[in-house]
Ligand binder design. Sequence first.
Ligand code: IVH
Length: 685
Amino acid sequence: MNSIKEDIENLRDEIRQHNYRYYVLNDPLIADYEYDRLMAKLEAMEKAHPELITPDSPTQRVGGEPVKGFPTVAHEIPMLSLANTYSQEELEEFEKRLRHLMPEEDFEYVVELKFDGIAVGLLYKDGVLVRGATRGDGERGDDITSNLKTVRAIPLRLVQKEGLPVNVEVRGEVFMSRSGFKKLNRIRENAGEKVFANPRNATAGSLKQQDPRETARRPLNFSAYYLRVTEPDSEQLALTTHLESLHRLRELGFPVSRHTRLCKSMWEVLDACMEWETKREEIDFEIDGLVIKVNDLSQQSALGYTQKSPRWAIAYKFKARQATTVLKAIHLQVGRTGTVTPVAVLEPVFLAGSTISRATLHNEEEIHRKDIREGDTVLIEKGGDVIPKVVSVIDEKRPSGTRPFRMPKICPVCGGPLVRSEEEAAVRCDNVSCPAQVQRRIEHFASRQAMDIEGLGGAMVKLLLENQLIEDFGDIYRLKKEDLIDLERMGEKSAGNLIRAIADSKQRPLDRLIFALGIRHVGSGAAVLLADRFESLFRLQKAESQELDAIDGIGPTMSRSIVQFFRQPQNQTVLEKLEKAGIRMEEKRKKRSGIFDKKTFVLTGALTRFTREGAAELIESEGGKISTTVSRNTDYVLAGEKPGSKYRKALDLNVEIMDEDTFIGLLEKSRKRPFPRSSQLGMEL
Ligand code: IVH
């Protein structure tokens, strides 16, 4: 029978193995919860036998009491920094210098990622982590051993086997993944705490915690890039190349980057630099450049050091992507769909290859959350996407007399009122003749599912607007053949065709006209309901929201949006134009018995061409009803992709299952017109 001591040690080894698979090989064998169970078991055993606890036990990551300040410690060998380069030319000069210093030699280089984190040095004695320190001024750093022990990627104990040293110094970078950083900030935001500006700040802040229990909660990671064997007799363990030391580091249990590359010439180095300039966005952590190191360790020692940095290595830095500048004003930008976005007007700064003078602020909430004010000095960042964003305000630099941002009440482009939609953070301009949106609105008006004006597509609308022949869709009906003939690429015949298509559209059914207006949230299904109920655009215009709410299939969001739309004076003007042009505004509607008359539907799974609300609206417009549970009274289950338990229930109860294509086929047959490829229901106009 094993002694308790052996059992405990075996369990520790098992856990260390899993750590190794997870952090070093990136290939875990067990799920997180199984790992947690092993840890819990070890904790329980150690609790029963506290005399058997060793400092390198996996349970001892969070030990010790909170400290006041960290003692400083001297590095056995200084932790130097690297000389920086920013261009191909500077890298070529680096190589020239090497050749000058060692004219007889050829060089191979190892290119590594330059992690944007915090450099630390770790000392292991007899295989156990005894000290971990920050770089500090290079000579002396802070002893943050108890915090570093909480970083699970850092082994508390070296893997020990024949041919591997037990006394070493390992250097590397503690960093935080982008995803971990985002999650951490989300938690802090919810707790009302200040968020970190970037993963590097978050890492630095986490390592500075006085209480290691707090550090343990932060998603810190580690990557090793330097090994020094400190054994007294280390001859047989001697390393000859840097690449070899990286392999050895991995064998000892340290995570080592897999993006490291051996380059046989400076050409290959330059290629790698170019490649990573864009590839950097694809990895889940931030790097601020590459580090180029001479591979041969005897060459390294022959080259030696300058005062500040090794002669055998150099950093190639990417162009900075963050900068600080003054935010001069907050302007509003009106998008093609009417969404109003606040934009920061900046004191121009040069950043990563271009001059930045504007940055997005997303929405009002975001501005208040970050308390961004005109006059502030702000940190801006160019991320993976091209539009720069404002990361945070530099509080210390706020001038006196600034005021919190207030969202204006009118559209800066057309002067129309701005409306706040309650279901999103955005503010919108709903004026159909707002110049910022008019192109898109006219395109929608003329589209196949709306007024169906053949020949009036995007390019044509653009041309008409540019030539000031129209200002909104109310003007389409005033166009004359003579206006069109002079336009680019317009002949007598095509002008005639377009005028005819426009005239033909005057008699479209009322529901199409209602849909064509582009009232937010009103799709083609809802338009049918409204046309059937009011049989007149004038009556619809006067409808109050209670009256609209009472219609089966029209919800409060839609009714609010309808009332808002008709209340707008600019929209009323456009409607008058339509009326004058002789568009059919009233229509006696036949009481259609819908194809789904009195049928009960249950929806399940993800539909690809409709939102659920959209599909429900259509079913109701065809006389059907929606229910949430499948029973014997259900007529159809409309099943999308990955249907759930309702699908199974339908099979059990022998309820007819309808797929999306069949559903669309039936609707198209009933309405004698094709369906748009993507849902027009609840579509974003
Ligand atoms: S080598 C003498 N390799 O860059 C060798 N440093 O400016 C010096 N860093 O303080 C370090 N990734 O924080 C090296 N793959 C890497 C690195 C790296 C990030 C940081 C480290 C160091 C700074 C040097």
